[in-house]
Design a protein around this ligand. Structure first.
Ligand code: KE4
Length: 428
């Protein structure tokens, strides 16, 4: 497989961009390879600058649930652009988008658009602190909520991948206000709440973790968080940047029928353009400026192009109920096939899946939290990743990420993937 154009671009990129990429996980650092520079994408496929073609299981880290370059979304963007790209003033499309999000996401009565998942979670935390008058927050070891200072404490995703879950640059005074519990361990949360010198403003959780790799909540875990928050007047925040519209139309909160007080969204809600959002109970959201004193703003928040892309994708998802059934069928077919391959080879690796997000962990331990995820053999994963890439299967370049399936992944793609999976497991 030729990669000289990618390699040349990467060397040039590294002279002007830190690490040669605009987001760390793209650098392929943890799998010991140079990244492939992508030229175009369509449906389930990517093509790189050297002309190599791949079946894509990253999907831009979640947004491409209907595949790349989806025609209706492209049409919406190009048509909208003809009337201008951004006005810095309210538009009808923002109202329609807000109404659609409030209709689809059970806990959201009011919503504010921002430009990334990080902005959404930073704003949600600030709002919870403003609403409760408290400062301390609880997150979970290995969960990732974007790069806001309060979250870079035992963070997952790229931070975990690069071994820097506690980033330098976060003031100790601020980091000290973030307590970390163990995912799927409600006792660890109760002990933190009871033991904290200061009252807790918010508990923020990935309802289904994607950023330690895919880890579903144990029965009772989310319900336990809900009752702790009710008991102690803590704001319950579900970070659905990844799971929102991914695992069900109303996200994980619909799937598990548990309502948080606030929810954050991103990825799919932008249809591939930069969008994040936070929303929830009207009583809390009313505190957000200009209706209330909690300040948050954004030049390009709710901009027409991003709204057009996001509104089109959410409309497609909500108008076609069979989409989630199709995704479940394809995803369970892939899961069964990989498990069959593992059995054939006598490997006890663990595959976690919820809907169309999944991770194959290179450990024989059941993966239920950050510690068990960390028992994975990341060197073995790196070898497997490289062999899959050479067989034109493009997986997330980290053991601690979730892979995503789209409706553009059909019989042919799944068969090719399972064939490559068997060969790559055999020889890695
Ligand atoms: P962004 O700021 O990257 O749009 O969203 C941050 C974020 C917040 N919450 C959750 C649950 C997330 O998964 C993310 C971002 N996810 C990573 C992938 N695991 C983005 C990929 C990257 O960092 O390049």
């Amino acid at each position: 497989m030729k990669t000289n154009k990618s390699n040349k671009l990467f060397s040039k990129a590294k002279t002007k961009i830190p690490g040669g990429v605009n987001s760390p996980v793209r650098a392929f650092k943890s799998v010991g390879l140079d990244p492939r520079f992508i030229k175009k994408a369509k449906g389930a496929y990517l093509w790189d600058v050297d002309g190599n073609k791949y079946i894509d299981y990253i999907g831009s880290w979640g947004p491409m649930i209907l595949g790349h370059a989806q025609p209706d979304i492209l049409h919406a963007i190009t048509e909208t652009a003809k009337s201008g790209t951004s006005f810095g003033a309210p538009t009808e499309l923002e109202v329609k988008m807000a109404e659609l999000v409030c209709k689809l996401v059970p806990s959201i009565e009011m919503v504010r658009m921002v430009n990334s998942g990080t902005e959404a979670t930073m704003s949600a935390i600030r709002l919870a602190r403003a609403y409760t008058g408290r400062d301390v927050i609880i997150k979970f070891d290995g969960c990732y909520h974007g790069h806001g200072d309060s979250f870079l404490i035992k963070a997952g995703s790229g931070a975990e991948t690069l071994g820097i879950p506690d980033s330098p640059g976060v003031p100790k005074t601020l980091g000290g206000l973030t307590l970390t519990a163990r995912y799927n361990d409600i006792g660890s949360v109760e002990r933190l709440v009871r033991g904290s010198r200061f009252e807790v403003a918010a508990i923020i959780v990935e309802p289904i973790v994607g950023n330690m790799g895919c880890i579903p909540p144990k029965p009772g875990f989310l319900e336990g968080l809900r009752s702790i928050c009710d008991k102690h007047g803590i704001v319950f925040i579900m970070d659905e940047v990844m799971t929102g519209f991914r695992v069900a139309l109303g996200g994980a909160q619909r799937l598990y029928n548990i309502k948080p007080d606030l929810a954050t969204l991103g990825k799919i809600i932008g249809g591939g353009l930069p969008v994040g959002a936070y929303g929830g109970k009207k009583e809390i959201m009313q505190m957000v400026a200009p209706s209330g004193p909690m300040y948050q703003a954004g030049t390009l928040s709710g901009n027409p192009l991003a709204m057009a892309a996001g509104y089109t994708l959410l409309s497609l998802l909500s108008n076609n109920k069979s989409i989630y059934k199709i995704l479940e069928q394809t995803s369970s077919w892939l899961e069964d096939g990989i498990k069959e391959n593992l059995k054939k080879l006598g490997f006890g690796y663990q595959l976690n899946r919820v809907g169309s997000m999944f991770t194959l962990f290179f450990t024989e331990q059941n993966v239920v939290d950050a510690d068990s995820a960390r028992t994975s053999d990341t060197k073995q994963f790196a070898k497997y990743f490289a062999k899959m890439l050479n067989r034109e299967i493009y997986l997330p370049p980290s053991q601690f990420e979730a892979a995503f399936i789209s409706t553009a992944h059909n019989e042919r793609e799944i068969e090719l993937t399972l064939k490559a999976n068997l060969q790559s497991l055999k020889h890695s």
